[in-house]
Structures are given as structure tokens and as C-alpha cells.
Design a protein around this ligand. Structure first.
Ligand code: 6R9
Length: 651
């Protein structure tokens, strides 16, 4: 990427934290300066001190960073701990009766667990796992709805040193089977079904299908009874959760494991080939999970933190199942979807549970924004004090809507850049310190050496786009790709001779040093010799009053190198006939005006939604195939809404 990526996104609004927010923040400007100074002066010592302070070690570590086999880094190598002990037991004396989880089901039923109750549940289930022969290091696949038992299962694995691999409940039987096989899982934990948007998700049926072929590794399937609908149980293999727990003592001694012991695997799609089993450690992972919840979400004891991510994603690991619990805080879990039974569900839940810190994805914000400002205004959102986003760049319009309509201009927005592989936030504002710019994830956290570099790995001048890399190891970094060290090195390190972690994103820094994520490296277009971030064109499109959402991809063009194809979800009805032609013309002119003539889309298609994975990520591979008029050969099993592909195929 030797050429400059043309960054045409002009965003000059700046929102400094209010003095009131700063006054109460966990990290104040002077703390931030001190942390930064310390991390810069002594990177390893910085993390060592935090690890001693934040984690309860069963055996203290004496070695901090082992880089003798880089890029296979190890942290706190001779230390021992139990992650479940750190999330549960250590709070019991002071906070046994404090609410750990407020759970709201799809149909609105609310269940609460105190720390004491949660600890007992985890212990009992951990004993059940042990009783079924699960040992330290065994892999356990968890394929569950977004219910507290998913967290209980994860914590129970951690308690006995088993390695969990959560597979999102929206994945198909085929995707599940591949993950079970790759992990060599001995146990699968599932439910009869889940409930989302008033419908049943047939989880057990998918498990049965997945286990029909391969998966010789699986010995037992544990089934939580959630919907009560009839399911097929295979004799000798399948056992109900409540039966597995019968007679189990409600205390299970936590097993102390080495800091490097894998806590979990989490499969994530690469740009090509089969999904990678991203392997995380116990000690290092827990440390970044703790500090980022404290620094970025500013969590306090009276906070009610709602991260809307499913535990099937990394966000649901670090900001639901582990981080907030390790800090002894109260979290909200929600089984359903944001628009059922009505488009005010999120805001109603924020009101009813007194949510103070709310964390969701730009795609959800844009979807809810389409329903207008009146809906959120019907709810009391005055308890909210901090908002967050994750998963993709947030366009400034959605940011402003979130800031004004949801946060009432009172709540800072933390735009958090990170990945499955990084384990926790890497680039994000500190809400009491960092002046915000809509659409920028701002600055790397203390102890995180992120940079934007060119082809040779040299840091490039501000204003230009390049590769986003992390130059020093950090505790929660992935340790390897499960069973495939070579792929780990090739995917993340080889590009710069194993010196830097390569995120696969492009980014630029502005004149103030703020980081702006431009998209995946393969999302950068080259139009007539100009490099354009697809996100910038998308931002321009969604700034138009008739556009609710947009995705832009490239298509090979004999003259320009690449032509720009825009997939647009209009506000209101999908236009037809003359109206459609007029809108296409208007949008082309609009983009031309917003960015410049080179960014004018060559082809604009309309549809009622974009093809998305169930985690809300736009499936650009698919859009690229459609843009090129290719037959769709890709796996569409992870698509939330397959029927909209048809709409976009029409010219
Ligand atoms: C946490 C998570 C990682 C990819 C990442 C980037 C995109 C995540 C972002 C963001 C812009 C943000 N991404 N957060 N882009 N601004 N605040 O989403 O993990 O599912 O592994 O995705 O998501 O492209 O490389 P994961």
C-alpha cells in the first residue's frame, strides 16, 4: 500500500468530556498521562504491575514476558490462577448478595442472579462436567441461546480448566460441525432451542445434524431445557442439563492453571479458507478484559452494564462473560432481538433495568435510527451515562444520532477498535479524558503500541492511510491458531518479518493523531489510481436523507481499474421506475459533491436490507460477487436474511 489512501472524510466536530464526567471517571487526565508515561518507559513492567494488582493469583508469577519463541509470546508464564475464581469467588465476602446478572428473556421475563447464586450454579455445573469425564485441557463446544446458562457453562469450563469454544447459536449445523471437528471437542453443551423475536431457534436439531457425520470426538451432549419443545435425544450420548446436575455438590474447587493455559478458542472467519480457531490464554486475556472494562467503560460498583453482544462473539466473552464479572459488576443479558416485539425494546430495557453503560454495534444503531427519534423519546434514558460502539466504523451521522437522541448530549461515546484476535479493546477513548471525534476510535490505550505503517513497516505521516499494526506484544493477544501455528504466523506476522502484529485493517491518523479505521485491507478500492476507503463512500451515502444504510464494493473496470458499486437501503420504500432513476442520479451527484467525482458510484442497487451475518457484519464477499454478476458459490449459511440477495441482483 505505497500510495496514499485518499482520506476524504472531513469530520471536524470535537466533543470533549464534560467536567462532571471527568470528575467521577476511573481514569482522569493525570492518571492517563501517568499510565502512558509508565507504559512507554517500561512496557513489560507496566503490564506486570497491573497483573499483580488486578488478578488474584494462586501462585504469583516471576517471569513477565517470554519472547524467546516470538511471535509465540507468553505472559506471566510461571504464574497460576483460576479465571472463574477471579470472576466469582473473590467477590463473595463483600458482594455475595449483589446482582451479577439481570437476564431478560425474549418474551420479557426477568431473572436475576446474585454473585452467590451464580457461583453456586457454576460450581454445580462444573461438578456435572467433571462427573461426565471432562478434564483439564479438554475442549467443550457451547452452542447456546443468549441465556445465563451460556455464561454458567463458560465459567464452569474455566473452573475446571476445560477449554471452551462458543459457537454462535445462529450458525448452521455445517458451520457447527466444522468447529466441533477442528477443536476436537469431547462435549457439546446446547439447549433444546432458543427464542429470538418470538420464534424458536432449533439448536438441538442442528447439533443432531452436525453430529451425524464426523465429530467422532464428541462423547456427550448436554441439553439445557429452555423452550420445552420436543427434541430428539440420542440414547447414551445426550443428557439433560438438570439430570447431569442431579446430586452434584454446589461447591467445586477451582483448578489452578498456568497463566498460559488456553481459556478458550473462538472461531473467526479469515479472508479465505476455513475459520480459524483463535486461541486465548487465561492470565493475559483476563488482565486486558479487566483493565479495559475499568478504563474504557469506567465501570463502578453501582453501574448496570449492558453489552448487547451475544456470547458467541468475542465481545460477548470480554464484555459479558468475563470482564465485568471479574470486576464484580452488574450486567444485563438479553435473549432476543432489538426490534421485537417493538422497535423500542432496547430503550425500554435500558429504562426498566436502569442501564448506565450501554455498548452495541453501529449496525444496530443505524437500524434503530431508521425508526425515528420518537421511539427512544418515549423512554426514560436518564440513567445512561456512557455509550459504546464496536464491530465496524461508525459513520458520523449514526454517531450524532446516538449522541443526541440516545445520550442526550450527556454521554460520551467510546468507539472501540479491537478484534477477536486482540482479546480486548486496543484503540479506544478514555471517556473522562479523550475529546471525541465522531467516527474515530481515537487513540491506542496505554500499553498498546498501535501504528499505521507502509509496505516496509515504517510509520507513515499523519493524513495518509496504511496498514494498522501493533508493534509490541500485549497480554490478551491471541496465542496461536488452534492446531495451526503456521497459519498463525502467516496470517498475522509474516508480512513484516514477524516484527509486528498485522490487524488486516487499513487506517489513517489525522493531523491530531486520531486513528480512523478505513476498513479491512481488502475493502480498499483503487479507482483511476486513487485509493478510496469503501467506508468513506458509505458515509457519504448515508448522509443523504433518503439513505438508511449503504455498502460499497469494487468491481473490476477496464478503464478505471475498479468501478464503485453501491448497495443502498433507502429510508421508506424501495423506489421503482422513474423514481428509482431519479434517486440514482441524485445519489451519484450527492457523492460527487460530498467526496469528489472520482467517488461517484457507477452502479447503485436498492434493497430492503443488506446481507449480514448474524453478528451484523455486512457480507462484502457476497456483495462483491453480486457486483461482478458472478454466480454465488459462497457459503450463505451464516446469513441472517438470505432473501434480500435477490433484490440486489436486479439491476
Ligand atoms: C470486536 C470485533 C474485527 C474487525 C476489525 C475491524 C472491525 C471492530 C471497530 C472496527 C472500525 C471499530 N472493527 N471494531 N472497525 N471501528 N470500532 O468486532 O471483533 O468480530 O473479530 O471483528 O471488525 O475491521 O478488524 P471481530
Amino acid at each position: 500500500m505505497s500510495e496514499t489512501i485518499e482520506s476524504i472524510l472531513h469530520e471536524d466536530r470535537v466533543f470533549p468530556p464534560s467536567p462532571e464526567f471527568t470528575a467521577q471517571a476511573n481514569i482522569k487526565p493525570e492518571d492517563y498521562e501517568a499510565l502512558k508515561r509508565k507504559a512507554e518507559a517500561d512496557h513489560v513492567g507496566f503490564w506486570a504491575d497491573l497483573a499483580r494488582e488486578k488478578i488474584t493469583w494462586a501462585k504469583p508469577f516471576t517471569q513477565v514476558l517470554d519472547d524467546s519463541n516470538a511471535p509465540f509470546f507468553k505472559w506471566f508464564t510461571d504464574g497460576e490462577l483460576n479465571v472463574s475464581y477471579n470472576c466469582l469467588d473473590r467477590h463473595l465476602d463483600a458482594k455475595g448478595d449483589k446482582t451479577a446478572i439481570i437476564f431478560e428473556s425474549d418474551d420479557g421475563k426477568v431473572t436475576r442472579y446474585t454473585y452467590k447464586e451464580l457461583t453456586d450454579e457454576v460450581s454445580r455445573f462444573a461438578n456435572a462436567l467433571k462427573n461426565l469425564g471432562v478434564k483439564e485441557g479438554d475442549r467443550v463446544v457451547i452452542y447456546m441461546p443468549m441465556i445465563p446458562q451460556a455464561v454458567i457453562a463458560m465459567q464452569a469450563c474455566a473452573r475446571i480448566g476445560a477449554i471452551h469454544s462458543v459457537v454462535f447459536g445462529g450458525f448452521s449445523a455445517v458451520a457447527l460441525r466444522d468447529r466441533i471437528d477442528d477443536a476436537g471437542a469431547k462435549i457439546v453443551i446446547t439447549a433444546d432451542g432458543g427464542r429470538r423475536g418470538g420464534k424458536t431457534v432449533p439448536l438441538k436439531a442442528a447439533v443432531n445434524e452436525a453430529l451425524e457425520e464426523h465429530c467422532g470426538c464428541v462423547e456427550k451432549v448436554i441439553v439445557y431445557e429452555r423452550t420445552g419443545e420436543e427434541v430428539e435425544m440420542v440414547a447414551g450420548r445426550d443428557i439433560w442439563w438438570h439430570e447431569a446436575e442431579r446430586g452434584m455438590p454446589d461447591y467445586c474447587e477451582p483448578v489452578n492453571v498456568n497463566a498460559e493455559h488456553p481459556l478458550f478458542l473462538l472461531y473467526t472467519s479469515g479472508s479465505t479458507g476455513k475459520p480459524k480457531g483463535v486461541q486465548h490464554s487465561s492470565g493475559g486475556y483476563l488482565l486486558n478484559a479487566i483493565v479495559t472494562n475499568e478504563w474504557v467503560f469506567d465501570l463502578k460498583d453501582d453501574d448496570v452494564f449492558w453489552c448487547t453482544a451475544d456470547v458467541g462473539w468475542i465481545t460477548g466473552h470480554t464484555y459479558v462473560a468475563y470482564g465485568p464479572l471479574a470486576l464484580g459488576k452488574t450486567i444485563v443479558m438479553f435473549e432476543g432481538v432489538p426490534t421485537y416485539p417493538h422497535a423500542g425494546r432496547f430503550w425500554e430495557m435500558c429504562q426498566n433495568h436502569g442501564v448506565t453503560v450501554f455498548y452495541t454495534a453501529p449496525t444496530a444503531i443505524r437500524a434503530l435510527m431508521r425508526f425515528g427519534d420518537e421511539i427512544p423519546s418515549e423512554y426514560d434514558l436518564s440513567k445512561l451515562r456512557l455509550l459504546g460502539t464496536v464491530g465496524e466504523p461508525i459513520n458520523p451521522e449514526a454517531w450524532m444520532w446516538y449522541y443526541t437522541v440516545i445520550g442526550k448530549e450527556r454521554c460520551p461515546i467510546v468507539d472501540t477498535w479491537w478484534q477477536t484476535e486482540t482479546g480486548a479493546h486496543m484503540i479506544a477513548p478514555l471517556p473522562g479524558v479523550t475529546p471525541l471525534k465522531p467516527g474515530s476510535c481515537t487513540f491506542p490505550l496505554p500499553g498498546i503500541d498501535a501504528a499505521v505503517v507502509d509496505e516496509e513497516g515504517n510509520e507513515i505521516p499523519h493524513g495518509n492511510g496504511g496498514y494498522l499494526v501493533i508493534r509490541k506484544p500485549w497480554p490478551s493477544m491471541l496465542r496461536t491458531v488452534w492446531g495451526d501455528d503456521e497459519r498463525y504466523v502467516n496470517t498475522y506476522w509474516a508480512q513484516f518479518n514477524n516484527r509486528y502484529y498485522v490487524a488486516g485493517d487499513s487506517a489513517r491518523r489525522d493531523e491530531d493523531g486520531y486513528f480512523w479505521i478505513m476498513g479491512r485491507v481488502d475493502d480498499v478500492l483503487n479507482v483511476s489510481g486513487h485509493r478510496l476507503g469503501t467506508m468513506e463512500i458509505e458515509s457519504a451515502l448515508v448522509a443523504h436523507e433518503r439513505v438508511a444504510e449503504a455498502a460499497v464494493v469494487g468491481r473490476p473496470d477496464p478503464v478505471k481499474g475498479e468501478a464503485i458499486v453501491a448497495f443502498v437501503v433507502p429510508r421508506g420504500d424501495v423506489p421503482e421506475g422513474a423514481e428509482r432513476e431519479a434517486l440514482i442520479k441524485e445519489l451519484r451527484e450527492w457523492v460527487s459533491k460530498e467526496i469528489g467525482p472520482i467517488a461517484k458510484p457507477d452502479d447503485i442497487r436498492f434493497g430492503s436490507n443488506l446481507p449480514k451475518t448474524r453478528s451484523g457484519k455486512i457480507m462484502r464477499r457476497l456483495l462483491r460477487a453480486i457486483a461482478r454478476g458472478e454466480e454465488i458459490t459462497q457459503d450463505t449459511s451464516t446469513l441472517e436474511n438470505p432473501q434480500i440477495l435477490e433484490q440486489f441482483m436486479q439491476k
